[in-house]
Each structure stands twice: as C-alpha cells, then as structure tokens.
Design a protein around this ligand. Structure first.
Ligand code: ZN
Length: 580
C-alpha cells in the first residue's frame, strides 16, 4: 500500500516538475480522412461533424476544390485540416518530377485561396501510390492510412459504419471518401458509437502534434499509436482588456509554443491573418477574433470572439480659468472624478463640480464615467509652482522646475491639452524660437534666403533674427531644415553663438574633461569646451557629452535658463569699490 502511495506521489511530483497538462495521458484519438472531395455531400458532412464536435482531415482534389471554393473555406474555418490529394487524381508514380510538382503546387494554389498564403498542406497520393522520387518531389509530409474501409466499393452506410467501428484503434488513420452519401451517413453513425467508447476525433496534424511527433517533409505516415505523450488540445487564447486613452488595450496570451492569429474587423482567420506580437490598441465598436495555433491548418484552438460595443468615455481635459483648474469631458452626460497630489487609485476620489483653486505644485488625477460606456483612462494634470498647467510634466521629473520656469517666462509654450513634450527632440525651428523669445530683439527684415521657411510660419521671425544674428546658417541644399532635430553638438554651437551675440564673456576651457572627447568634432569643440568651463553644459553620469545624441526640449529649456541667468549675472553693474 505504501509503495503504491509513493508511486502516485512521485507521479504527482513529476507532473508538477514537468508541467504535464491536466488531461489524462491515454485519450483515444482517431483521425478520419475524407478523400476525393469536396463535393455535393460535403456540406451535410460538415453539419454532422459540427454537431458532434468532431474534427477531420479533407484530402481534396484540386479541380474539385476550385469548383467548390466556399466549401474549402468552410472546412478550414470549422477547424478541420485542408490537405492535398493532387490536382486531377493522377497516379503520381507515372509522372515526371515536374509533373508531380505541378499536381501539388496547382492544388496548393487553389487551397491558398481559402487558407491563406503560407499554409502547409499534407499530401495523400491518389491510390496511396508513391515511391521515393514522388515523396521527394511532393516536399510535404504524406499521409497513408491504417484502415481502408472500401466505402467507395460498398456504398452502404451500415457497412461503412461497421468498417470504421471495427477498424478503429487508438492513433489510427481511417480512409473514406466524402463524395458518397453512404459514407457521410456511415461515418457519422460510427462517430456516435466510437464517442461512446471514449474516442476523440482529431485532424492528422493534431494527432501527431498531441503525441509529440514532428511531421517531416517527404515522409509518409500511416498511424500514430499511443506513445505515452498527450499534449492535450490547443488552448484558446486568453484576452484581457483595459482602457488606454480613447482606445482599449487588448492583451492576448496563449500556451507556450503556440502562435496567436487575430483580426479586429470581424474577418475570418487564416494563415495570412495578422500574427499577434504586442498588445493591440482597438477603437470600439469592433469585433476581435483570435485563435492559438501550432499549425493554422489542422492544429489550432477554438476561435475566441469578443465584441467591444461599449464606447469609451473620453478622458477629462483640463484648462486654467482665472487661475482655477477646470476639468471637462466631451462625452455627453459624463461625470468626472479626481484625486489630488498624484494618487493613482480611486481611493478618496471626489466628484468634480466646479473649477478648483489649487495650491501650486498640486497634481490632479482625473477620469470620467458615463452610463453605457467604459470608464476613461486616468489622466494627470499638474498645477505647477509657477502656476502653469501641465499634462506631461510632473513634480517628480528632473526637468519639472526648468520647464515650469521656461513656460512661466513665455519661452516655451504648451501645445494642445497642456502638452509640453519635454522628452521630444527639439527641432531647429523650435530652438531658434525659444532663443528669440528670450532675447526679445526685433529682426531687421533682411530678405531670408531659405525657401523652406515660409513667411506664414510661426518661426519665420525667429529664423530671420537667428540668421541675421549669426546663430544659424543654411544647409548646402540652400534650406534651413526647420523640422530637423538638433543634436547636442549643434545645440552647443548655437547656444555658444547666442552668448557671443549677447556680448558675454565665457571662461576658456577645452573638451578634455569629457570621456568621449574624441567623438566631438572640431567645429563644435570650442563651443562645448567654453560652455562647460562656464558651468553651462555638463556630461552624463558617465562623463560623456554624447555629441550626436538628439537634444530634447527639456534639455534645451534647461540650457536656455542657465544662459539667461549667466547673461543676467554678466550684465550686473560692477560694485562701486571694484571700479577704477
Ligand atoms: Zn482518391
């Protein structure tokens, strides 16, 4: 008794160690294969298989598949395996290599219309007649059979039923033909009997996968008897959904080794459908379909369908109204909730009723709800120390104070919805604009030579001023390239010229203090050296200047403020006692 207990315990332990699935090893599996169709009786067969939850494999003749394309689609979409039985039922051993290839490839091209390009199709040679040359030319795994029911000869439903029932063996492959109505009746009756004996009906592809046998091209398989492995059916993917802005973020996951195919427009799935990689952003209303597959043709899960009909409440927007923070939601009838000081959860949430007078430095977390809609995503707005309203700048960020001061001084302006985009690259047009605002000089009005700076652009005046002042030059193509991001070495050069333009004295210095001094080009070396010696520029934590890295809007704002302070100090009147 003890020994038996120990035996079961060790099995349990092994199960845990190797993650053996929960279904019992030793399920009886049977692959029924229908040849020579599709035809006039295939639809009725598919109805019967569906009613019984049975899967099968259809070795189709190419010219029949071309005649019944909708049947091929239905076979595939209902999870059966679509397979190749030559184009016109030729004896492949009597054909040349090219002749065999034509038979296979022409049929594959027809099947691809239903299953999607890139599908794999097992092959059964007509009459089961192959040799080494044929198997090689076929270039796919081949299926023979373990039971020949002779249904084409008998044409009697009871005889077919008995042949299937009596021939059934775990792991067997049964040969029948769906072009005969007696075969449709006989096999469906046999399935009823065999289900009572504990059989499951799977595709040939799935029979081998579940028993851990990888099918190889050019090899012909007859059956797959039990071998102690049962990997179980393919599990359907799981779906999780959360709001993300005005969309939904959909995350799919499947068992290890299975690929996920999906569509979001309700279209049926096939091999050519989108492959899932990263979480999807979808806009309701829409319909998601997803399937997990080891092989889309014959070895895949049930299709998961999820309709997202409920619209999402729009996230609240914030604005300043007479120094108060006002929240608004564009979804009709929505109510807005909020918490203060950056709380991330709905704990302590309050209902928003009217514009709020807030202490500078407060962060509001807000979201909106409307009946019949999903709750909006949470958004955060900071009412800053200097009374700016920020959607994307918050007190915990290193550039909070710099952006706050630059915005309060009017050097930086927020875009739509209080977005300052601190991490976005600063463009050449944006850079000269913040410098222009900081100097408050008026350009002379010299004709500007840059054809890519239109007179209507917001940056026309700033570019004109910067060009007249010697801060910027054009490119060889004659353009200014207003939308081009500015690298750190260019940033240094333009600020250096700016300080010279403002007649301030910089400390002499060189670039030797930077770990990556060798990477700094000669044209930028003096600028970088003097700005760093004057305490205006610093390297990163490792002491690198990173000359070719793109400068962010926050970095430009910080450098601008340091320069403004430097200029102010430089222009302070000299104390009386130091004057001579
Ligand atoms: Zn045949």
């Amino acid at each position: 008794m003890k020994r038996i207990l120990a035996f079961f315990l060790s099995i349990l332990l092994l199960s845990t160690l190797f993650c053996v699935p929960a279904y019992a090893v030793g399920e009886k599996l049977l692959a029924i294969t229908y040849d020579d169709g599709p035809g006039a009786h295939t639809a009725r067969l598919l109805d019967g298989l569906k009613a019984r939850g049975a899967q099968a494999t259809f070795f189709m003749v190419g010219q029949s598949a071309a005649r019944y394309p909708d049947l091929v689609k239905r076979v595939y979409q209902e999870g059966h395996q679509v397979a190749n039985h030559s184009y016109n039922h030729s004896q492949l051993t009597s054909l040349s290599t090219q002749g065999v290839r034509n038979q296979i490839q022409n049929t594959n091209a027809v099947l691809d219309q239903a299953c999607g390009a890139g599908s794999t199709y097992m092959v059964r040679a007509p009459y089961g007649s192959t040799n080494a040359a044929v198997r090689q030319a076929v270039g796919a795994p081949l299926a023979f059979w373990s039971v020949d029911t002779l249904d084409w000869k008998n044409r009697n439903a009871t005889t077919v039923k008995n042949a299937v029932v009596n021939g059934a063996k775990d792991g067997g492959i049964i040969l029948v033909h769906d072009i005969h109505p007696t075969t449709v009746d006989g096999t469906l009756a046999a399935i009823d009997v065999l289900k009572g004996q504990g059989y499951q009906f799977v595709t040939v592809q799935e029979l081998f996968r579940r028993r851990g046998v990888a099918l190889e091209n050019g090899v012909q398989y007859t059956s797959c008897p039990p071998n102690g492995t049962d990997l179980g059916p393919v599990q359907a993917p799981s779906v999780t959904v959360e709001p993300a802005g005005d969309k939904l973020r959909v995350t799919l996951s499947a068992q290890e080794g299975a690929a996920i195919y999906y569509s979001t427009d309700g279209s049926p799935l096939n091999q050519a459908s989108a492959r899932y990689g990263e979480p999807l952003l979808v806009s309701p209303p829409c319909s998601l379909r997803a399937v997990a597959a080891f092989n889309m043709n014959g070895s895949r899960s049930e299709v998961v369908t999820q309709d997202f009909t409920m619209p999402i409440t729009q996230a609240p927007t914030a604005s300043l109204q007479d120094g108060r923070v006002a929240l608004d939601c564009k979804t009709p009838g929505a109510s807005i909730s909020y918490t203060l000081a950056g709380a991330q959860t709905s704990d302590g949430a309050q209902a928003y009723t009217a514009p709020m007078e807030l202490t500078p430095g407060t962060t509001v977390t807000a979201w909106a709800s409307a009946s019949g809609c999903l709750d909006s995503a949470q958004v955060q707005y900071t009412y800053s120390q200097l009374k700016n309203l920020f959607a994307d700048v918050h007190p915990q960020q290193w550039y909070y104070s710099a952006i706050d001061r630059a915005a309060a001084a009017g050097y930086l302006q927020g875009g739509q919805g209080c977005q300052f985009q601190p991490d976005a690259p600063i463009t050449r047009a944006q850079l000269v604009t913040i410098l222009y605002r900081a100097t408050a000089e008026i350009p002379d009005g010299t004709p500007l030579p840059f054809p890519d700076v239109p007179g209507t652009a917001y940056y026309f005046g700033p570019v004109l001023w910067a060009w007249e002042s010697g801060l910027v030059r054009g490119y060889e193509d004659g353009g200014f390239h207003p939308d081009q991001p500015v690298s750190r070495q260019e940033l240094a050069l333009i600020f250096y010229r700016y300080l010279l333009h403002c007649d301030v004295l910089l400390s002499k210095g060189d670039i030797s203090g930077f770990q990556d001094a060798d990477a700094i080009p000669a044209w930028a070396a003096q600028a970088v050296g003097e700005l760093s010696a004057s305490g205006l520029l610093q390297g990163d934590a490792k002491g690198n200047f990173a000359p070719t890295a793109v400068a962010s809007r926050a970095q430009a704002a910080l450098l601008l403020l340091r320069c403004v302070d430097y200029i102010t100090l430089d222009r302070l009147p000299m104390p009386q006692e130091l004057r001579q």
